[in-house]
Design a protein around this ligand. Structure first.
Ligand SMILES: C[S@@+](CC[C@H](N)C(=O)[O-])C[C@H]1O[C@@H](n2cnc3c(N)ncnc32)[C@H](O)[C@@H]1O
Length: 363
């Protein structure tokens, strides 16, 4: 087949139909911010090496899941992963999802290609398929590997957004999310599942929200029913999908077209530390918002510190920044002085961060 021309500009917000390695080769370098890849599981390895256990995912016996042997699977994996790395921006990250059949091979290939593994996340299925043979444990999870393009990447992690999504508790690496069922599941005219491994939108919601910003581009080289693209569009991100099967690609396009992007304020996440404008405590002192001589105290009024004209504070024998003195009095390794220290105003304690936020908003 003749090679198709490379794209001069990234074909954003499209599902490209074709083999992912060939299609990836047509994309410019460093044109996507994140990749989500849900590759073939390799369930149907021929020969005695492997007996597929269909309790894992819905029965996958499609042609796209057939590989001659592990070597063929590994060679394919390395080719598409190398292309993903090329098209990923320097600080971008990749997610790959797999099960015990393939995830270890994916992990080895990622590390061999100099991706830098950040986490492995367990997607614990709320409603797994039962184990029919009764010869193994019920397989109730899949593994996602999250990796930066390289060790030096300054990857994005929307820590506060993940915390907010989890009732203000740090998001852990074990995610309890149901399989894709009900209205969300695409079906053909006969009512049968259109695709055997359609992923739940909730899983992609968390993935995309954790590592991208509004306007970023997410690439999915095994787009299937277009779950990644659909969620990306809803969250105000761009997408590039690749799918070799014409029927899946068509279903994905129809699904994506029906998605209404959220208004920007609904799709936005809490700014990361890097996005927050830097404002030294001294600026509040200079402007008399917290004047020299003012007293700071902690929430429980255990310590009292005096503010100096240069923005340092003194508490007993400790003198230094709001962070350093906060850490010293608590004998803690570190302290965020903005949320530790308070100012008493009209009988009410106001945390320093409130003054900072007011000032950033120009109040
Ligand atoms: C595990 S499924 C992905 C399902 C998808 N995450 C979803 O939610 O619908 C893998 C998909 O990759 C496609 N595929 C397999 N090999 C491919 C290749 N070489 N190039 C492009 N697509 C491929 C298959 O047709 C299948 O739809």
């Amino acid at each position: 087949m003749p090679r198709r021309a490379p794209h001069d500009t990234p074909p954003i917000d499209q599902v490209l139909q074709g083999d992912c390695i060939a299609e990836l080769r047509r994309l410019p370098d460093a044109c996507v911010d994140a990749v989500f890849a849900d590759p073939p599981y390799n369930l149907q390895l021929k020969g005695a090496l492997h007996r597929p256990d269909h309790s894992l995912v819905d029965a996958v016996d499609d042609d796209w899941d057939q590989f001659r042997d592990f070597a063929a699977y590994d060679s394919f994996t390395r080719q598409w992963l190398a292309e993903c790395r090329r098209v990923l921006k320097k600080d971008g990250t990749i997610w790959v999802i797999g099960a015990y059949h393939n995830v270890f091979r994916l992990g080895t290939a990622l590390q061999d290609l100099n991706f830098w593994v950040l986490n492995d996340v367990i997607w614990r299925k709320a409603n797994p398929m039962p184990n029919f043979r009764g010869r193994r444990f019920t397989n109730a999870h899949e593994t996602l590997i999250w990796a930066a393009r390289g060790k030096e990447s300054k990857h994005r992690f929307n820590y506060q957004a993940m915390k907010a999504l989890n009732d203000d508790v740090q998001m852990r690496s074990d995610w309890f999310i149901p399989l894709c069922t009900g209205q969300e599941r695409l079906r053909d005219e006969a009512g049968a599942k259109l695709h055997p491994t359609q992923k739940p939108e909730a899983l992609l919601h968390r993935v995309i929200l954790s590592c991208t910003a509004i306007g970023d581009t997410v690439l999915d080289p095994f787009s299937g029913t277009g779950t990644t693209a659909a969620v990306a569009r809803r969250l105000g991100r761009h997408f590039i999908g690749i799918e070799q099967d014409a029927a899946y690609a068509a279903a994905a396009r129809a699904r994506i077209a029906a998605i209404e992007p959220l208004p920007e304020e609904a799709a936005a996440t809490v700014p990361t530390k890097r996005e927050q404008p830097r404002l030294p405590f001294g600026s509040l002192v200079e402007r008399g918002i917290v004047p020299p001589g003012a007293t700071l105290t902690d929430k429980l009024r255990r310590w009292r510190a005096t503010v100096a004209a240069d923005g340092s504070i003194t508490c007993g024998r400790a003198r230094g920044s709001i962070h350093g003195v906060g850490a010293a009095v608590q004998e803690a390794p570190s302290c965020n002085g903005w949320v530790f220290w308070h100012v008493e105003q009209a009988g009410r304690l106001r945390v320093l961060d409130e003054f900072r936020q007011d000032m950033l908003r120009g109040h």
